[in-house]
Design a protein around this ligand. Structure first.
Ligand code: FES
Length: 258
């Protein structure tokens, strides 16, 4: 983990209020595991807390990475106004990403994402595909305007989409697809999204094979403030918790209480 400046290569609004930001810098050489995150200082002196945003794609050859985020407040709105050549103060890469070493070519991985939980699954899909792992993706979005990266994921396998209002794909929750996997039996399940989705995933699939990425509000991002704790299964005291920023953001479903 380092603190360094990265340069904006490009920024595009790829869906309603969803931005794809490509950054360049030597920090990319420290990135590896899918779903580590960057802790980004918002330009200007007004906002002190950094914003945690997961890494969606790594291009080591070009020393570039992509982050995808939703504008949800002042900080992310300021970041969304950056253009090519601007610089960002970044701390990272932080956290432990999804493990993939346990999967071999020919095995099956099910990717499940909700909304802004979809981006970190993209680097995961790239790395699994490179290993020869079969991939099926199930993604949920609010509506058609907020759907993104369907084509990009389709390059790696079948993509199932559901929207809350039925304007695209199946109407309702993405969990509807869990019973319709057409004989695709996952050897590992990877999920990222809102808590309700993660609870449904952990109840449906074998918790020892299911990896959940938690979205938590963060302050320090480096384990010092205990502002991001989540409950540990079989914990021995009120202080025996996991810090999402250090021990996570990815946990096996059997390790945590949601
Ligand atoms: Fe401070 Fe995790 S954000 S300990």
């Amino acid at each position: 983990m380092s603190q360094a400046m990265m340069t904006v290569v490009s920024q595009t609004e790829i869906a309603k209020d969803i931005f794809e930001l490509r950054l360049k810098g030597a920090l990319v050489n420290e990135m590896g595991a899918p779903d580590q995150f960057l802790h980004i200082r918002v330009p200007g002196d007004e906002l002190l807390l950094r914003r945690p945003i997961s890494i969606a794609a790594i291009d080591a050859d070009k020393e570039e990475c992509v982050i995808i985020y939703r504008t949800e407040g002042k900080g992310t709105t300021i970041i969304s106004q950056l253009t090519a050549g601007d610089e960002l103060d970044i701390l990272g890469p932080l956290g432990n990403g999804y493990p993939i070493d346990m999967l071999a070519a020919g095995q099956n991985a099910l990717l499940i994402g909700g909304g802004i939980g979809v981006p970190p699954l993209y680097e995961l899909a790239k790395q699994l595909h490179a290993k020869g792992v079969n991939i099926v993706s199930c993604f949920g979005f609010k509506n058609k305007d907020e759907v993104f990266y369907e084509e990009e994921f389709a390059a790696f396998g079948k993509v199932n989409i559901a929207t809350d209002d039925g304007s695209y794909g199946k109407h309702g929750f993405v969990t509807q697809y869990f019973d319709e996997l057409d004989g695709f039996v996952p050897d590992a399940v990877f999920a990222c999204g809102p808590k309700g989705l993660l609870v449904a995933v952990s109840k449906t699939f074998d918790p020892s094979l299911t990896y959940l990425s938690l979205e938590e509000r963060m302050a320090c991002g480096i384990g010092a403030c205990y502002g991001c704790v989540c409950d540990k299964k079989n914990s021995t005291s009120a202080y025996d918790n996991y810090r999402v920023c250090v021990e996570g953001p990815v946990f096996r479903a059997e390790e945590i209480v949601l």
